[in-house]
Design a protein around this ligand. Structure first.
Ligand code: MN
Length: 498
């Protein structure tokens, strides 16, 4: 499953012809040096491509339209080296459709106190020109990311790299395809939603199949392929028999191997990137897909349980946004299950019936076969592990009836205090910021779901920037949250987003 494309970002410097050719030559030279340094920094996940300095309305319009039409271009980074009268930018900006970044930088880091004269001032005036440009972008109501600081500064480069991932999330959102086996679980509210509006807002194509359509694929998988995958499982994971007969255990595992191969073929043939199942609608499947779904998520597929297509699409989106991160800690579908309310140790045990992505695992992963205590199928095989320590974001996309709201909670993941030998599912344990009391109250006030799309590798800022770019409401719960302000924010948002 492919999660990373060869995207590029265009670097467009604004100026005008008032300053003469020599000044424009220096502007172009400075931009080239900045682009080379950014590409050599090792901080950016995608390449920056230098474009000729923009000094006329016609060239600005042409460049933005070329960016629109170049499938590899995921966004434009703009910078006004000198003053660039902003009326020139109106037409191009009106026609531009992709993510926009305003890098408010300057070629020199320090004022050259000993040599500075008026020629230098006229040539190096982004403090001046970037305000003129920023004015028109704001007046036109165009969403963009503003990054301020010297281009060689590590923090500026990291911010640019983070924004690139958000921009790729915006670009890739438009062709996420979700395959639903079965419908939304009957009577459940928060996992429902307007699929037409989701396609208008996010570009997601959300289709439905009878689960028996995939059963045909599962049954058609050759025994040799199943056995080879079972061998791979046995070589990768620790086997916990829980007193089961070894041969019987292996048969249960083989059922999941056939589901993994068959379902993957089904999804690949139809170009789906996320999948939704429902434990109550399994048709001819012998087991709820557990281990199989865990493995597909690890390969980059989005997933949501009980028909939850919104979370499935978000998991896929967040896997794309984190693609290729060195030492990534993982991204998964998750569910708030049960609390620890002991003072000083408050937190939420995260799990699902089976489907937690192994990318978030900390240490060895075990394979177990246990009853589901729900539904009417044979005991499914699943991967069991605990998860990494560290901060992350838990997100919940909900349909408020007249709009989508993205809820983003910064969470601190902790080690389980003690082993849980009788719990045969993968888990994480986190404390929502600012603490369980305020975090959970804010989550409930905002209408957040029990399902989340979770990642260790994305920031609150990246998710909020994504929501802004998609034109939807976002609400953050973090260490700055207090309930009085939070309630007011929800009220104000309800007016703004109506
Ligand atoms: Mn669930």
């Amino acid at each position: 499953m492919k999660t990373m494309k060869n995207y590029k970002f265009w670097f467009c410097t604004g100026s005008q012809d008032l300053y003469g050719d020599e000044c424009l030559r220096k502007v172009a030279d400075h931009s080239a040096k900045i682009v080379d340094a950014l590409n050599a920094s090792g901080k950016l996940p995608y390449e920056v491509v230098l474009k000729p300095t923009l000094i006329t309305q016609a060239s600005i319009r042409q460049t933005f339209n070329d960016a629109n039409n170049d499938a590899d271009c995921a966004g434009v980074i703009t910078w006004m080296h000198t003053f660039s009268p902003a009326k020139m930018w109106i037409l191009g900006l009106q026609e531009y459709k992709k993510p926009l970044c305003h890098l408010h930088t300057q070629f020199n880091e320090e004022i050259p106190y000993d040599t500075i004269d008026m020629d230098f001032m006229n040539e190096n005036q982004s403090a001046h020109g970037d305000r003129e440009y920023g004015h028109i972008v704001t007046r036109m109501g165009i969403e963009r990311k503003i990054i301020v600081g010297h281009w060689a500064n590590e923090s500026v480069q990291n911010q640019l790299g983070s924004w690139m991932r958000t921009a790729v999330g915006v670009m890739e959102s438009s062709h996420i395809r979700v395959c639903r086996f079965g419908d939304n679980m009957n009577n459940v509210a928060v996992t429902e939603g307007d699929k037409v509006e989701a396609q208008i807002k996010f570009g997601w194509e959300i289709d439905h199949y009878n689960v028996n359509d995939v059963v045909d694929y599962v049954n058609a998988v050759a025994d040799g392929d199943v056995n080879a995958l079972v061998e791979e499982y046995y070589s990768k994971y620790q086997i916990i028999l829980d007193g089961r007969d070894e041969a019987e255990f292996r048969k249960h595992v083989a059922v999941q191997a056939a589901i993994e191969i068959g379902m993957k073929r089904f999804l690949e043939e139809r170009d789906y990137h996320a999948v939704v199942t429902h434990f109550g609608m399994l048709g001819g499947l012998k087991q709820l897909p557990g281990l199989a779904i865990q493995r597909l998520m690890e390969q980059g597929y989005g997933f949501g349980g009980e028909g939850d297509w919104k979370t499935a699409a978000m998991v896929r989106l967040m896997k794309i946004m984190t693609a290729g991160i060195k030492d990534a800690k993982g991204t998964s579908f998750m569910e708030d299950y049960t609390y620890n309310l002991v003072p000083g140790k408050e937190g939420i045990l995260q799990a699902h019936m089976l489907e937690v992505c192994p990318t978030i695992a900390d240490g060895p992963i075990s394979m177990r076969v246990n009853p589901l205590s729900m539904g009417n199928r044979e005991d499914p095989a699943r991967l069991v592990f605990t998860s990494k320590v560290g901060s992350g974001v838990a997100t919940s996309l909900i349909d408020m009836g007249n709009r989508f709201r993205l809820l983003v909670n910064a969470v601190d993941c902790k080690k389980n205090e003690k082993p849980m030998p009788n719990l045969p599912v993968a888990t994480a344990f986190w404390t929502p910021q600012p603490n369980l009391e305020i975090g959970a109250a804010a989550w409930i006030l905002a209408g957040g779901a029990h399902h989340t799309a979770f990642s260790y590798d994305l920031s609150v800022e990246q998710m909020v920037d994504w929501a802004d770019a998609m034109g939807i409401e976002s609400v953050v719960i973090d260490n700055n949250t207090n309930l009085r302000d939070f309630k007011n924010e929800l009220k104000w948002n309800s007016i703004y987003y109506r």
